[in-house]
Design a protein around this ligand. Structure first.
Ligand SMILES: NC(=O)c1ccc[n+]([C@@H]2O[C@H](COP(=O)([O-])OP(=O)(O)OC[C@H]3O[C@@H](n4cnc5c(N)ncnc54)[C@H](O)[C@@H]3O)[C@@H](O)[C@H]2O)c1
Ligand SMILES: [Zn+2]
Length: 376
């Protein structure tokens, strides 16, 4: 197959391209604008992706419809990864996020609707952020989906959401795809818009689609420069610099950390399997890990000396808990995560140590949020 990966020089795209060309011997074409926020002002890319016979790299912007049209030539399937990915940053770069994420997807679909092409499949990288808070269990009301925590709740350090019906305490459970989407950031809203655009247009154009909602993806190759995403990157830099790790809330907020090689396998299953067509699938490890726990694991992996510090600070729009219910992808695509968090974090730390030491961008990013009253 001839596969176009938009954003293919990024973290997930590079790992996917390497796997597709090697294991499955597909031809890969990458469209990527080498965004300076990810790749630096003098752009750096993962050297493993360069000089491969069946990987073609085109520098271009997904917002440029002429560039998109050119790279679609001869393509059988598209994996659409190009996106701006900073949740907090999206709250003050609203039209930019909308352009790169939603509008560029619409332009891609316009080309598929109005010009001759050979595309038979589109796989979209969506995000667990479209759920907002994950699913919870109330003793009285069963499965419930609490609203985002209000500014007043956070101010009072009431970290845990409560039952929307009786106000009692609730327990986080695995979130299924059927959960009601409730995007709480512009980033999440644009990812949800991408889902609808691709699902609806794909259906009407007779193109197979698969939508994958990734949890927190980590592993070798993730951007260590982008201060707006990825706590593992931010924390690694601080540990290497001997700086403390400030942990928001009480540290018990949790995320589902999934290794990039598991995510690559999920994309390949969705791409190459007819059973995925028309489907929406969670992709995660299927287990929650608290932020305090992952911070401690990282300190251990780097043999750091300074333990994380719980600060009680918080960011508006952060969720408390969300982890993936994997029933759907297990049953339809036979997907099973394979890398344990311990193994994955050790491998990640070894890779980080082989990389140049970036500047710490956390304090600056947080200052920006405080100035905009999005963090206290
Ligand atoms: N990494 C995660 O934890 C995670 C979680 C959920 C969803 N996702 C989604 O997965 C996808 C890939 O994420 P990633 O972690 O590899 O991100 P990344 O930032 O490492 O890679 C994104 C790539 O897209 C490129 N890009 C950005 N804007 C572009 C544009 N206008 N035109 C062309 N290329 C552009 C960047 O240069 C970069 O190489 C994104 O759509 C993201 O929303 C990622
Ligand atoms: Zn209740």
């Amino acid at each position: 197959m001839n596969i176009l990966i938009t954003g293919g020089l990024g973290f997930i795209g590079t790992n996917l391209a390497l796997s597709l060309q090697k294991v499955n011997q597909h031809n890969v074409r990458i469209l990527d604008n080498l965004s300076p926020q990810i790749h630096g002002v003098i752009p750096a890319v993962d050297a493993r992706i360069l000089g491969l016979a069946n990987v073609e790299i085109v520098r271009g912007d997904v917002c440029d419809q002429a560039a998109l049209k050119t790279v679609l030539n001869g393509i059988d399937a598209v994996v659409h990864l190009a996106a701006e990915t900073g949740t907090a940053q999206s709250m003050y770069q609203i039209s930019h996020y909308n352009n790169v994420n939603s509008q560029a997807t619409a332009q891609l679909l316009d080309l598929l609707a109005n010009t001759p092409h050979s595309v038979k499949k589109i796989v979209l990288a969506s995000s667990r952020s479209i759920y907002g808070e994950g699913a919870y269990e109330c003793k009285n009301h069963g499965t419930v989906y609490p609203a985002a925590r209000s500014a007043a709740q956070l101010k009072n350090h009431q970290w845990d959401p409560v039952c929307p019906q009786c106000g009692n305490s609730i327990t986080s459970i695995a979130t299924p795809e059927a959960a009601r989407p409730s995007p709480a950031s512009i980033y999440a809203a644009t990812k949800y818009a991408q889902e609808d655009l691709i699902r609806i247009a794909g259906d009407s154009l007779g193109i197979g689609t698969a939508i994958l909602r990734f949890q927190n993806v980590y592993g070798a190759g993730q951007s260590l420069n982008n201060p707006y995403t990825g706590i593992l990157s931010i924390f690694s830099t601080r540990i290497r610099r001997g700086m403390s790790l400030p942990i928001f809330e009480d540290g018990q907020e949790s995320r589902d950390f999934v290794h990039v090689s598991d995510v690559v396998r999920a994309i390949e299953l969705a791409l190459l399997n007819e059973a995925a067509n028309g489907g929406t699938f969670n992709v995660g490890a299927g287990e929650p890990t608290s932020v305090l726990e992952i911070a401690n694991m990282l300190v251990d992996a780097f043999e750091g000396k300074i333990r994380p510090v719980v600060t009680g600070q918080y960011r508006l729009g952060d969720i408390r808990h969300c982890y993936a219910d994997l029933s759907e992808i297990r049953s339809k695509l036979k997907f099973e995560p394979q890398i344990s968090l311990k193994q994955g974090i050790e491998e990640f730390a070894n890779w980080v140590l082989s990389q140049p030491l970036p500047e710490d961008g956390l304090d600056k990013a947080n200052e920006e949020l405080k100035k905009r009253k999005m963090m206290s």
